[in-house]
Design a protein. Structure first.
Length: 249
């Protein structure tokens, strides 16, 4: 999470500084460069910030671009005042277009991230299915799933335990939630529990074991990642059941 906060802080600094530097670089050419062309160049700076930052950074970059366009590139220079009607219209359009384009750029980046993430999830499921289709041992399937769970859920570690229900651990359920069920109380978690979390492996209606997840402290991963983890465990259970191992539990 600290990495995300640092990234957001850097993006905000870039949103303030990048339009300033671009506008400053255009100062030697401001008498020859039309206001429209100068505004278009500043829009490019806004898009560059939005492409790597957040919606807030994109909005700040648009505001910064409009302000420095006024200060450096319109008469009277070095003052936050615009006297020409055309310059006023250009500054307003720069702000509006910068806001729109920055938001579209952020949305496109997030969609791309979603596509890449979904492709990685699908690859995990396909990899497990391919091992089973190739006739690999159930132990190989279990080991593959164990490794995938570590990366998918951002775990510190993960191990598989055959046929043991001892301990009363919190459980990653089929709906993607993490619950601790006790006779007197049921607890749902928004963050990872302090201790291990179990992910049960069932095949053909029979319990075979569980993956014991050792997470890093912090919030639970996205729901889709948790649902994929449940599906991977189900594939491991099918492999164990198909192999005809002694059913436990």
């Amino acid at each position: 999470m600290s990495g995300y906060r640092l990234h957001d802080a850097v993006a905000l600094v870039a949103a303030l500084v990048a339009p300033f530097l671009v506008a400053l670089a255009l100062v030697p050419f401001r008498t020859e460069l039309s206001a429209t062309n100068a505004a278009l160049i500043l829009v490019v700076a806004v898009v560059a910030v939005a492409a790597t930052g957040t919606r807030t950074a994109g909005a700040v970059a648009a505001l910064s671009a409009a302000a420095w366009f006024d200060f450096f590139l319109t008469v009277p220079y070095q003052r936050f005042t615009i006297t020409g009607r055309q310059d006023v219209e250009t500054a307003v359009l720069l702000l509006v277009v910068g806001l729109i384009v920055s938001q579209l750029s952020v949305r496109a980046r997030r969609l791309q991230t979603t596509v890449i993430t979904d492709a990685a999830r699908l690859a995990s499921l396909r990899g497990t299915a391919r091992l089973a289709e190739d006739g690999r041992s159930p132990e190989a399937v279990v080991e593959y799933v164990r490794r995938e769970l570590v990366g998918l859920l951002g775990l510190r570690g993960c191990r598989f335990e055959y046929g043991n229900l001892m301990g009363g651990l919190p459980r990653l359920e089929h709906d993607g939630g993490v619950w601790l069920r006790r006779p007197a109380r049921v607890t749902e978690y928004a963050d990872w529990p302090d201790d291990e979390t179990e992910l049960r492996v069932v095949g053909g209606g029979h319990y075979y074991g569980r993956f014991l997840l050792d997470p890093l402290p912090g919030p639970l991963p996205p729901e889709q990642d948790r649902l994929v983890a449940v599906a991977l465990a189900a594939q491991a259970g099918s492999a164990l059941d198909t192999a005809g191992l002694d059913r436990l539990g």
